[in-house]
Design a protein around this ligand. Sequence first.
Ligand code: GLC
Length: 533
Amino acid sequence: MRWWDSEVGYEVYLRSFADGNGDGVGDFPGLAAKLDYLAWLGVGIVWITPFYPSPMRDFGYDVADYVGVDPLFGTLDDFDACIAEAHRLGLRVLIDLVPNHTSDQHRWFHASRSDPDGSMRGYYHWRDPAVGGGPPNNWVSHFGGPAWSYDEGSQQYYLHLFLPEQPDLNWSNPDLVREFDGVLEFWLDREVDGFRVDVAQGLVKNMLMPDNPQRFPVTPEMSPRQVFGCYEHRYDLDQAGNTAIYRRWRAIAERYGAMLLGEVYLRDNNPNLVSRYVSKQDGLHRAFYFAPMHTPWEPSAMWSTFRDALDAAPRDFSWALSSHDDPRAPTRLGGGELGRARALAYSVLLFALPGLPFLYQGDELGLEEADVPPEQRQDPVGSRNQNPADGRDGCRTPMPWAPGPAGGFTHGAEPWLPIARSDDETVAVQRGDPGSILHKYRELLAVRRALGDLHACELEWLTDRSAPVIGFRRGDCVCALNAADAPADLALPPGQWRMAFSSERPAGAVFESAMTIDAPEGVLLARIPRSLG
Ligand code: GLC
């Protein structure tokens, strides 16, 4: 067993978690003061989104210095104090490593751009215009438009799979590979427990830079995501060379007992492709598998998603229903009471699967997407494209800690995004109400921790694709989710089974041979040892 095998993770979107200095943006002092809440909730691992010096064009995912802290978030001392406080509370900390690209304000890019013959030129991807002019190939940016921008000075194009202000690093360059080892070591020496690796599928490119095959025609009303999906990313993503980098980093991480968790976002969510990043146990330790966020609420589709995922990676995926990049689960799953009930029921299933589940801040409050008025939206994915609804602001609004206009998030300036939450959605109100959704999540985490077989035993399916209930067994635990529209029965393995957790009803009832599961409802059952039964 490794230290992460029995834990639940929690994503902190730092800008929106807690503001300690009153400037309207979350920071390390704010986070440090709230870590006891995360310990109370029962999570074991905290992933903190980027905090490095940055022009904030992509809110910190445009890094201008890999070994510092942006003053907006505090100082290196504040960082150290936050890590120390987390460790004091028994929490592990993963920080976000952003190796695919830097900011165009990184000194490496300044050097690379200003001197076409210099040694730093090869840290990035520079190419001549295509014959006849224009970008060197047909690659597109995730965030809209071509993946190439022209540099007047050197009359070449540079590659960026995201914003033009986020030039892609050249991972075929051995100097960069060596230099980056020092970045990992810098933070590991400051006692972080590992890294969430941003865009882990993207680092290495095919250096011949051929056009990607186009699968569908692009039309003007398409969102950047849709345009990106019109191409088969044969040459820009998921190149075989990625593995060598993660093998190298794994060796570094193992020296510190640290973990590597990849964001492996592949368009078609093919589990066999994602599993290659983790399956040989010599690269990333865990990889987020995003299909559960995109699978419709429909039992056979959900069952197939998980069966295929676990066939590909029996224990090495990481699961999440929401993130700072995707619409919040309750909204996606139908909204209102129904959406919240489904999200909790779905979490029961994710938390019982082999692998490492994550909550995104506010999941535990049942938060839906926030309605951010157009003039307050900030995400460049929305503002730089024709369709502002593509932006990710609705899932990034600040945590509502307590009733009041600033939601207990800040004591000073206007929050950087509106809070727009009701009193019932706040931590303070829910913490004081034992019947709240927050207490339900806390109970789920406690039950998961207590049921040892959920950390150790193989998964055995109890249902198949045609059933309304998705059910499986792990040792002396059974987990079931009814994702159909009406209550449905589940046949139980022999023995007596005690309800350890239900998303809908109190624990405690005992079942034998079968039980009826509400719609929606997620349950965890524990077998009663025969001598006591
Ligand atoms: C990842 C991050 C996202 C960011 C992008 C570019 O997908 O999760 O927020 O915009 O990488 O760094």
